[in-house]
Design a protein around this ligand. Sequence first.
Ligand code: SAM
Length: 283
Amino acid sequence: MSGIDTLPPLRDVIATHELSARKSLGQNFLLDLNLTAKIARQAGDMSECDVLEIGPGPGGLTRGLLSEGARHVLSIEKDARCLPALAEIAAAYPGKLTVIEGDALDIDPLKHLTPPIRVAANLPYNVGTELLVRWLTPPTWPPFWQSLTLMFQREVALRIVAEPGSKAYGRLALLAQWRADPRIVMHLPPEAFTPAPKVSSAVVHLTALPEPRFPADPAVLNRVVAAGFNQRRKMLRASLKGLAPDIEDHLRTAGIKPTDRAEQIPLEGFCALAREIEKANKA
Ligand code: SAM
């Protein structure tokens, strides 16, 4: 026997290593290995990739990533209590798993990874959103990753894939959809986790586009989108007036009605407006 066959069930792992879930670390564990293998498969073919996993906990998803054939997995875990359980997995998959203890928000994993790289994680939701925003806003594009496969609270997942005109549409949707292709690939009820959280979850898979969907300067686009959605109920001629003196003209040139609200404007419109404002700022 090799690999996953030699490892004990996750409930036993948790009992042996006394891994009682800590709320402060957002610990809601996945203990069903069929489910973790299914999530791992959503990441696509990993046989030629290094996989960065954040927050392995007792290692349910880690085991899924390895059993589904990842070339190498680098897991970053903040809770030192999980390290012995992860060491058992590393021993069952010699040379395939590296574990780093620490806070994923402080660690630069790139020196431990060889491209191509995929990212997979079941993280506390606040850390997950912060990392997603970082991964979507690197100084240069394409980013270090080919794809991200991430568990989110369902409501956040819906914000990532939201379309114009919906309540969920906002900065996160525009950020995710400008340079990536995000899809919800799984829905999970609270009972899938131990302990069960209050809310449902969903797995979002994002593939990095080779280049942005529409040209725009990232900083200008960010400013336009932030200003538009910070006052999402105002008409754009009011919410964006601080960005340029003749904002109504720029809106019209970009094909946007100055009386529209941010949530009605598709990504293409925001990019056109960002280009107009950049041109005006340069003139
Ligand atoms: N991946 C495991 C699973 O699916 O069962 C655990 C998921 S649990 C929702 C989140 C994990 O992330 C916990 O193990 C927690 O200790 C870890 N974690 C929380 N904050 C972290 C951080 N800033 N950096 C790295 N790991 C973190």
